[in-house]
Design a protein around this ligand. Structure first.
Ligand code: ASC
Length: 151
């Protein structure tokens, strides 16, 4: 009897701790989904501004590209905390949770690519920016192919 009580109170305590940890990050799953979409939207917006320069649609302004790349690089570290347990939905495929090691590895590859893009942009070398932009786009695409709903 005593053992059963200890077992039950352990489960209750662990459940409470887990709930608190999830809640410390986001009030509810919808907030996590909104957060990760927002971070990805801001990242995509500033990435596209560099893309316009890379494609020759907008003249190369070193400072502007450097600012945009710094934002992309900062944003690249953020979305992942919004993909925690119990936050399935939005545009994310179930593979985010069932293949979490691969998802995590892809997120690290993206962050390595945006760090290189930022380094290139801060150097002001447009050719280096073009190369790093292409590599970053590949990292975006790799994850979208396997983990994002096709629209
Ligand atoms: C973008 C953007 C993405 C990536 C992706 C690259 O500009 O918003 O999600 O590039 O399309 O394949």
């Amino acid at each position: 009897m005593k053992r059963k009580l200890i077992a039950i109170s352990t489960v209750v305590a662990l459940t409470a701790i887990t709930a608190t940890v999830v809640q410390a990050q986001f009030a509810k799953p919808d907030a996590a989904i909104k957060y990760r979409k927002s971070a990805l939207t801001v990242m995509g917006t500033h990435f596209a501004r560099i893309g316009a320069v890379v494609k020759g649609e907008v003249p190369f302004n070193k400072e502007e590209v450097a600012k945009n790349a710094a934002i992309v690089n900062t944003m690249a570290s953020l979305p992942w905390q919004g993909f925690g347990p119990g936050t399935e939905g939005g545009d994310a495929l179930p593979s985010v949770w069932s293949e979490s090691a691969k998802f995590h590895s892809n997120s690290e590859k993206l962050q390595a690519a945006t760090a290189a893009l930022n380094t290139a942009a801060q150097s002001g070398d447009l050719e280096a920016v073009k190369k790093a932009f292409g590599a970053t786009g590949q990292a975006c695409k790799a994850c979208h192919d396997d983990f994002r709903k096709k629209s």
